[in-house]
Structures are given as structure tokens and as C-alpha cells.
Design a protein around this ligand. Structure first.
Ligand SMILES: Cc1cc2nc3c(=O)[nH]c(=O)nc-3n(C[C@H](O)[C@H](O)[C@H](O)COP(=O)(O)OP(=O)(O)OC[C@H]3O[C@@H](n4cnc5c(N)ncnc54)[C@H](O)[C@@H]3O)c2cc1C
Length: 277
């Protein structure tokens, strides 16, 4: 049984995963395609990049960060979600794996265990057919712009605007169905990367809160920030001394220099209705 399954390894889904994985919730992210941001030619309004950033490089970096935090990312398209019959809290996910993954490899790229809790069921109920997988999870974050059809069997309200469907969500992306959340564009957020990232984080925090794990703010502070005032270091927080702060800064600089050293060479994805050459 997973703690969290996140549908969509785009901006919102990966941002949520960074938070839930860092809070030690076993986090599986499943993606069946690529982020709509892969169509962007130059991402110039994301805070922290004064001259902009290649959108595909940004997506790679967010994925790397989610995996480093402990999330598992798998290729696969979610095609249905049903409630577990026992009446216990949680939902059952049916995930189709195969050559539809964004990285085209259909493999686990995360740092966590994959497959340990997974039951593989054939169409006739036999175990061993690798065409589909049933994953059980306590919570589900739908961050799968523009697809929410797989939620049809649940009472998640969907709102139609033009040709698009959005999830009706409340605070923290909570839907009317216990344990099911919506994040990013799918949850009706404005069509901007920083908004999707922020909303993903917000929804991840709501899921952490609902999971009732010991958690404060996920802050890293200088040594003594809490303990110097006679306070215990709150759960989710970390105090580091100056040597460790310098080590982390050095590692962060090395990583950025390495990842940004060469042009990525990946072209933006064109809108599917634009004619090819
Ligand atoms: C051409 C273009 C240019 C843009 N330029 C900018 C810009 O300059 N600045 C800016 O701020 N924003 C820009 N955006 C907007 C930005 O890309 C989106 O707002 C942002 O990506 C939304 O994040 P999201 O996580 O909600 O969706 P996405 O990032 O699209 O992630 C959704 C993920 O869900 C996956 N998925 C969908 N269905 C399923 C399923 N059933 N099972 C498994 N996985 C599934 C998809 O494969 C995808 O990876 C641009 C968008 C476009 C189209």
C-alpha cells in the first residue's frame, strides 16, 4: 500500500512529490506522456532564473529533485480509479504501463522501492500479465492535465469549460472524495508554471496534513535557530552547522554548473494540430 500516488510527473505533480517524499510518505509518481510545458520555447517568468531557462531542462531538474527526495517515478497511464471495497480509507488505482511513458523507457527512475506492494493482474484475473498493474494507495493526487477521465468511477466533481474538464477542489486541492486531491492546471489553476508548482506544493502539504504525520515546515535552519531558544527541532525541520551549510552550498553549485554546462539539445514539442513538414 502506497502512502501517496501522484498522477502526472509535470510541474504540479513533481512539486507535490518533493514535499510528500521529504515528509517520508512513500510517494509514487506515474506519468503517461509529457508535461505541456515541453511545448514552451523559453521559460522566462519563473522566479529565480533572471534570463529564463530551457523548459525541458527545468522539467528534468524538478524530476531529479523529486527522485532525490525519495519519490519513485514510473511510466504508465492511469486509466481508472476505484475505491477499495473494504471501506477502509484509500483508493485503488489501475495503472497501465508500457511505451507511453515520457522517458519512453517504462522504467522506475526513482529512489524508492518499486513494485513491492504491486499486484499484477491479467484481464482474466490471473497474476503475471505485465500489461496492467493494480496499485493500492491511501491518497491520490491528480495532477494529470488535461486528463481526469480515470476518476469517473468516483464522485469527484468535474467542471466543463469549453472543451476542457477541470476538477472541483477546495482548500489544499481536496476534492469531495476523501483521500483524492487535484493539483495544478487540472484543478483550475492559472496556466503558469510557477502557479502549478506552488499549487502542487500546497496540495502536497494538505496530503501530509491529512496523513497525520509529524510535520512542521520542512525548513533547514542554522544551528541553534530552535535549540538556541530552548526549543526542540520541530519534525520536518533540520538545523545544520556552518561546515554542513558550506558543504551543501558547494554541492548545490556543482550540480547546477554540471546540469547547465551544455545546451540540452531537446526541441520543444509542437502543438499536435500544427502540420509537419
Ligand atoms: C506552448 C506553451 C508554452 C508555455 N509557456 C509558459 C511560460 O512561458 N511560462 C509559464 O509559466 N507557463 C507556460 N506554459 C504553461 C505551463 O506549461 C503549464 O501551466 C504547466 O505545465 C501546468 O502544470 P501541470 O502540472 O498542471 O500540468 P503538466 O505540466 O502538463 O503535467 C501534467 C502531466 O500529467 C501527465 N498525465 C496526463 N494524463 C495522465 C494519465 N492519465 N496518467 C498518467 N499521467 C498523465 C502528462 O503526461 C503530464 O506529464 C506554457 C504552456 C504551453 C502549452
Amino acid at each position: 500500500m502506497r502512502d501517496i500516488c501522484i498522477v502526472g510527473a509535470g510541474v504540479a505533480g513533481l512539486s507535490a512529490a518533493i514535499f510528500t517524499a521529504r515528509a517520508d510518505l512513500e510517494t509514487l509518481v506515474v506519468d503517461g506522456g509529457e508535461s505541456i510545458l515541453a511545448r514552451n520555447a523559453s521559460l522566462e517568468n519563473y522566479p529565480g532564473f533572471p534570463d529564463g531557462v530551457d523548459a525541458r531542462r527545468y522539467l528534468q531538474a524538478v524530476r531529479e529533485q523529486a527522485v532525490a527526495a525519495g519519490a519513485t517515478v514510473e511510466s504508465g497511464r492511469v486509466i481508472g480509479v476505484t475505491r477499495r471495497t473494504e471501506g477502509r480509507q484509500g483508493v485503488r488505482l489501475r495503472v497501465e504501463l508500457g511505451g507511453v511513458g515520457g522517458d519512453g523507457e517504462g522504467e522506475t527512475t526513482g529512489g524508492g522501492e518499486s513494485g513491492g506492494e504491486t499486484t499484477v493482474e491479467g484481464d482474466d484475473g490471473s497474476v503475471g500479465d505485465d500489461r496492467s498493474e493494480v496499485i493500492e494507495t491511501r491518497r491520490l493526487i491528480a495532477a494529470s492535465w488535461p486528463d481526469s477521465d480515470y476518476l469517473r468511477a468516483l464522485d469527484v466533481e468535474r467542471i466543463k469549460r469549453g472543451s476542457k474538464q477541470f476538477l472541483a477542489v477546495g482548500q489544499g486541492g481536496r476534492t469531495a472524495v476523501d483521500g483524492v486531491y487535484g493539483a495544478g492546471r487540472l484543478a483550475g489553476q492559472p496556466h503558469q508554471t510557477v502557479v502549478a508548482a506552488g499549487h502542487g506544493a500546497r496540495v502536497g502539504l494538505a496530503a501530509i496534513h491529512d496523513a497525520d504525520v509529524a510535520f512542521y515546515h520542512d525548513w533547514v535552519t542554522p544551528e541553534g535557530y530552535f535549540t538556541g531558544r530552548g526549543r526542540e527541532i520541530p519534525p520536518g525541520c533540520e538545523e545544520i552547522d556552518d561546515g554542513e551549510r558550506r558543504r551543501r552550498d558547494e554541492r548545490a553549485r556543482e550540480t547546477i554548473v554540471d546540469r547547465f554546462a551544455e545546451p540540452l539539445g531537446a526541441e520543444p514539442t509542437m502543438h499536435p494540430s500544427v502540420d509537419g513538414e
